[in-house]
Design a binder for this molecule. Structure first.
Ligand code: NCD
Ligand code: ZN
Ligand code: ZN
Length: 352
């Protein structure tokens, strides 16, 4: 990477965790991701979820059809694990290059996770298959027990579920998604080559105070929910550490404004429009711009065993003003209103 005060050139990054949605919303949000990233690991929590090779192939076609002309973006699809999923279907999808990974949502942990896994013990045949074929397991790492404080659910998941899982299946290749705690960062750093984690831009910028700044702020609500400042600082340290098992995953999770600003608002932060700018700001604030390229463009593909992107992108040191709201055209040509992450702020780097 070449860094200068005026511009920054990096190998085109990939997004190792994104929600592209479907239908009207897919059309509205896909161009933001495709403009920045070469590839993305696309989450399967649609309604109904992607649980078969056929459903994944059809979804991939819908994504490709919604891409802007000339886009070189490649979606990498994932399979949604349920209590009854057939390991043979996962193995076939992985062998055919349709499924890049499996996604584990604990049942009822987050958006569209009702069909998720109720008990990891029920999936031992699935985990044995993944271990044998080297198919990555991506995990939303939160326990769902109502009696566990919401701010503790990630740390408790690591202790009660993840650590025993990795002991039972030492060969399993796991990505702990969107980590939010010092405990998660330390656990991943202290583990072997088979365990990695993605870090979102919002968890590098906000702590839990952001949810209540000047009133209740639905645009800052996501799962796992942002934690105390000490955790944000631990995530920053992990992101800039140069450890190849921490890499970029935005968890951009768009919900229309009316669904966020509601009596029971949806979890998810829409950060895709300024994602790389947001990461660049965080790395710059840490004096670590020279580490951005490895985090954004090298460590992810290496973990997944994929080639690095050959193209490059340029960030220029020009401030960009993030609009308070975006009106993005959906498939029907109607505008969907979304609040982007960093709404109303000035960001110092702009994607050329
Ligand atoms: C995601 C969504 O809306 O699909 N929401 C979120 O707050 N992150 C689901 C998820 O990644 O847990
Ligand atoms: Zn999640
Ligand atoms: Zn997600």
């Amino acid at each position: 990477m070449s860094a200068s005060p005026a511009q920054l050139s990096l190998r085109r990054p990939d997004d190792w965790h994104v929600h592209l949605r479907d239908g009207a919303l897919l059309q509205a949000v896909l161009p933001s991701t495709a403009a920045q990233f070469g590839r993305a690991i696309v989450m399967p929590n649609l309604s109904p979820p992607i649980t078969t090779v056929a459903a994944a192939l059809a979804y991939r076609q819908r994504i490709l059809a919604a891409l802007p002309d000339g886009s070189g973006f490649t979606p990498l699809l994932t399979a949604y694990l349920t209590d009854t999923i057939d390991p043979a279907e996962l193995e076939r999808g992985f062998a055919e290059g349709v499924f890049a990974a499996c996604k584990l949502y604990p049942a009822n942990a987050t958006t569209n996770s009702a069909a998720g896994v109720s008990d990891l013990a029920k999936l031992s045949a699935v985990f044995e298959t993944l271990e044998r074929i080297g198919m990555p397991l991506l995990i939303h790492g939160e326990v769902t027990d109502a009696e566990i404080d919401i701010f503790d659910r990630e740390a408790v998941f690591i202790e009660r579920q993840l650590e025993p899982l990795l002991r039972r299946h030492p060969g399993l290749k796991v990505v702990l998604e969107h980590i939010t705690t010092a405990e998660a960062a330390a656990f991943v750093a202290g583990s072997g080559a088979n365990l990695a984690a993605t870090i979102t831009p919002h968890h590098l910028h906000i702590n839990r105070n952001a949810l209540f700044r000047g009133g209740l702020r639905p645009d800052m609500y996501c799962l796992p929910v942002a934690k105390r400042e000490q955790h944000r600082l631990a995530l920053r340290a992990a992101a800039i550490s140069g450890n190849p098992r921490f890499f970029l995953g935005t968890d951009s999770a768009p919900h229309p404004r009316h669904a966020k600003e509601a009596a029971c608002g949806c979890a998810g932060i829409f950060n895709a429009p300024y994602a790389i700018e947001s990461y660049a700001l965080a790395f710059e604030q840490e004096g670590a711009l020279d580490r951005l390229e490895a985090f954004a463009s090298e460590f992810g593909p290496r973990f997944y065993g994929l080639p690095l992107n050959e193209e490059r992108i340029t960030l220029v040191r020009e401030s960009v003003s993030v609009p308070p709201r975006l009106h993005l055209n959906d498939a029907a040509g109607e505008a969907v209103e979304l609040v982007p992450f960093h709404a109303g702020e000035l960001l110092p780097w702009r994607l050329a």
